[in-house]
Design a protein around this ligand. Structure first.
Ligand SMILES: [Zn+2]
Length: 82
């Protein structure tokens, strides 16, 4: 069997659905600079996640902290909001 290689394709435009129109409208709305917003869906609900937490004597500590979009996470996508 011949090996298959991955190729880069141009980004396809989002489908023209009511949900996608709502996302575009929300992302285009002006927002205060200090409010974090998901670059993919425009959601402002975040959840904190930590990678590399160590547990010693029953207590968790350390790790690298990042914020994930809750709405994207509920759809199975991992989007980091910084
Ligand atoms: Zn999102």
């Amino acid at each position: 069997m011949k090996p298959r290689h991955l190729t880069v394709i141009p980004k396809a435009p989002a489908p023209d659905t009511p949900q996608e129109r709502g996302r575009a409208r929300i992302k285009a709305m002006p927002k205060p600079a200090e409010i974090a917003q998901c670059p993919r869906c425009g959601g402002r609900e975040l959840i904190e996640a930590r990678t590399g937490v160590t547990i010693s004597r029953g207590r968790a500590s350390g790790g690298t902290k990042c914020f994930l979009c809750v709405l994207c996470l509920a759809r199975g996508e991992r989007v980091i909001v910084s």
